[in-house]
Design a protein around this ligand. Structure first.
Ligand code: PEP
Ligand code: MN
Length: 351
């Protein structure tokens, strides 16, 4: 029998007897059964007979100690609403809206290297049309011997750059322990490709009380269904935190295929494919996909043509000297040109 999925968020201090009562009402016997899964503190996913669940949830919903309850049937998901033509928008700060009429350009260095560096790039990307500033304070690096970011200091420099330019900041959170720190400064939390499968981080970021919007990048080995399930961990966190908006933007950044001449292979078809399956805004990162500045613009234009809602691009005032991802880094002038063309193409693609 195909089960229905009851998603039940309980008050943090609720007694274990409440869970037992819920399970009993749903026709289950105790919480150690494989049909009941716990996430974080007080969120339970219970697989039940739909014939029992549909009636039971309306009763359970109003029991004291039950905060929120959703019932999914037929494989329904938060990220995959029954009406695929519905579109969500995600706001960052007072002015940026993903998934709306505006094509959103995000520019900035791979890593924050110094106060002067991030200030200079922030001013330059703003002049070049960026609506948000990117920059890593905590960097995932393949080699443990490479520069790993300035950490807390990097966040301070990003905040100073925001102060100067007014651009909201997106920066990566690598570890669950850093969530409070990063969420204090960031306007949007980036969860990178390497962490797309880190479900504890995804849930913790989604349920973080600051409610910061999240940019989730596709892992370079992930299928589209896996990417959407990763989004689901975040949206489950939102549900548990009582946040009704998804505040989640997905990012296609290239996958690993047979072309070993480029860093990754940009999966352009993933954009319309994702749009057909989820209401969430989708942006693209042509920089990491290309790994080579010569190919960043063509991939950016492809993303605009295939329906992306915006672009995340690595930009530096001295691309050759960047400590991280130098080969794919654009100058502010190149970013400016790319932005004008991509915005025009996005407009045509939406017409
Ligand atoms: C980045 O955007 O700096 C980054 C590390 O990207 P990804 O997680 O896509 O590799
Ligand atoms: Mn990078």
């Amino acid at each position: 029998m195909v089960k229905a999925t009851a998603i039940i968020s309980l008050e943090k201090q609720s007694a274990s007897s409440l869970l037992r009562r819920i399970l009993k009402r749903l026709g289950l016997t105790d919480d150690t059964e494989p049909l009941c899964r716990r996430h974080g503190d007080g969120l339970f996913i219970i697989q039940a007979d739909p014939a029992v669940a549909v009636e039971a949830v309306d009763e359970i919903r109003i029991w004291p100690g039950v905060r929120r309850l959703a019932l999914f049937q037929n494989g329904q998901r938060f990220a995959q609403p029954p009406d695929p033509t519905r579109r969500e928008t995600v706001s960052v700060g007072a002015e940026v809206v993903f998934g709306g009429p505006e094509f959103v350009l995000i520019g900035g260095p791979c890593a924050v290297e110094s106060r002067a560096q991030v200030m200079e790039i922030a001013v330059a990307v703003k002049e070049a049309g960026a609506k948000m500033l990117r920059g890593g304070a905590f960097k995932p690096r393949t080699s443990p011997y490479d520069f790993g970011g300035l950490g807390r200091l990097g966040l301070e420099y990003l905040a100073a750059a925001r102060e100067r330019t007014g651009l909201p900041i997106v920066t990566e959170v690598l570890h669950r322990e850093d969530l409070d720190l990063v969420a204090e400064t960031a306007d949007m939390l980036q969860i990178g490709a390497r962490n797309m499968y880190n479900d504890a981080l995804l849930f913790a970021a989604g349920s973080h009380p600051a409610g910061r919007p999240i940019l989730l990048k596709r892992a370079f080995g992930a299928t589209i269904p896996e990417f959407l399930e990763a989004a689901e961990h975040i949206l489950l966190g939102r549900f548990h935190a009582g946040i009704d908006e998804p505040r989640l933007v997905l990012c296609e950044r290239g996958i690993r295929m047979f072309n070993d001449l480029l860093r990754f292979t940009f999966d352009a078809a993933a954009i319309p494919h994702l749009k057909a399956r989820t209401a969430l805004p989708i942006i693209a990162d042509p920089s990491h996909a290309a790994g080579d500045r010569r190919y960043v613009e063509p991939l950016a234009l492809t993303a605009a043509a295939t329906g992306a809602d915006g672009l995340l691009v690595e930009v530096s005032q001295a691309p050759e000297q960047a400590l991280c991802d130098s080969a794919q880094c654009l100058s502010a002038d190149d970013f400016h040109r790319l932005g004008i063309k991509a915005t025009a193409i996005a407009k045509m693609a939406r017409a």
